[in-house]
Design a protein. Structure first.
Length: 319
């Protein structure tokens, strides 16, 4: 029996045991098959590497070999309702504990030794608009072009500074590439599942840290949705919300055991990942949405005025 989630994903029940089945996007052809093969290879490499390590925090759904259809990738089914998004978007949750566990899981991932089998270069999520050619820009829907037009200056600055910064660092590790709170699930044994490995490979560790922390910032915004109806309190709430987020970052990032994150790269990537979140939100509500505007305003401040984020700046997280 099969339960379809979307055009690419389904839950398959075989004799009472559930599996998550991933397929190529309809019409994606050779490109879609290559992307699926890449995801499967990354998933298998990380799963195998973790089996060979002393690790009790990070888990990856067990891959399942199936030669029945080359356009499918089967893996252990993990209940998606356990995503840690809800921890940061629900009042009263223990954000600090989950944040610490997630950083410990990132430590395990970044400790994987890079070998020939894991030599794929990561394709981490970045603001797509910053990398668009003119033809790609013209192919965007109207809202997409409006978003790019509205924030073109910031997007181009991020693209240029990221390109210049990355040339001056030789540090690389195995990264997830899209490590948002949507892709981290709580495991029954107290560990953490990382899912969706299509962007994984060798890359800069700051990508994972920036994606993780920026997605927390976006998730916590949902807690304030009802309070923002009072315009007179919105500025104070926003400042308190951002300061709370900064303290969470500073409290947990010192548990990261990899090389000390480069504060300049963190500044650029935190801005970039927030732009990605805003772009995703704009697909639903348009580029003029107040939430989209707020996130892009924060992204711009992180990029152009990092000293405004006093807690992160003084702690050396930003430069």
């Amino acid at each position: 029996m099969e339960t379809v989630i979307n055009d690419r994903t389904a839950i398959t029940d075989v004799c009472g045991q559930k599996f998550l089945t991933k397929r190529t996007w309809p019409g994606s052809g050779k490109f879609g098959l290559e992307a699926l093969e890449r995801e499967q290879k990354n998933h298998v490499v990380v799963h195998h590497a973790l089996q060979c390590m002393e690790n009790d925090v990070l888990q990856v759904p067990e891959p399942v070999t199936s030669a029945a259809n080359p356009n499918e990738f089967w893996q252990e089914y993990v209940d998606p309702s356990t995503t840690i998004w809800s921890v940061f978007s629900t009042p009263g949750s223990d954000e600090k504990l989950i944040c610490h566990k997630s950083v410990q899981a990132i430590n395990a991932l970044h400790a994987i030794k890079i070998s020939e089998e894991s030599s794929l270069v990561s394709n981490p999520e970045m603001p797509s608009a910053a990398c668009l050619s003119y033809e790609e820009y013209r192919s965007l829907p109207v809202w997409g072009r409006a978003f790019v037009g509205k924030y073109a200056t910031l997007l181009q600055k991020l693209k240029r500074e990221w390109r210049d910064s990355i040339q001056h660092t030789g540090r690389a590790t195995y990264i997830h590439g899209d490590l948002t709170v949507d892709n981290i699930l709580s495991a029954p044994n107290g560990g953490m599942y990382f899912i969706d490995w299509e962007r994984a490979g060798v890359g800069q560790p700051e990508h994972d840290l920036a994606a993780f922390y920026s997605s927390i910032l976006v998730a916590t915004a949902w807690k304030l949705n009802s309070k923002y109806s009072n315009e007179s309190n919105s500025s104070a709430l926003l400042e308190g919300w951002i300061n709370s987020w900064q303290r969470l970052v500073v409290d947990s990032i010192f548990k990261y055991r990899g090389a000390k994150p480069n504060p300049n790269i963190m500044r650029i990537l935190l801005s970039s990942k927030l732009a990605c979140r805003a772009y995703s939100k704009a697909t639903v509500s348009g580029p003029e949405d107040t939430f989209v505007s707020a996130i892009m305003k924060i992204a711009d401040s992180l990029y152009a005025k990092p000293r405004v984020f006093t807690i992160l700046y003084r702690a050396g997280v930003l430069q």
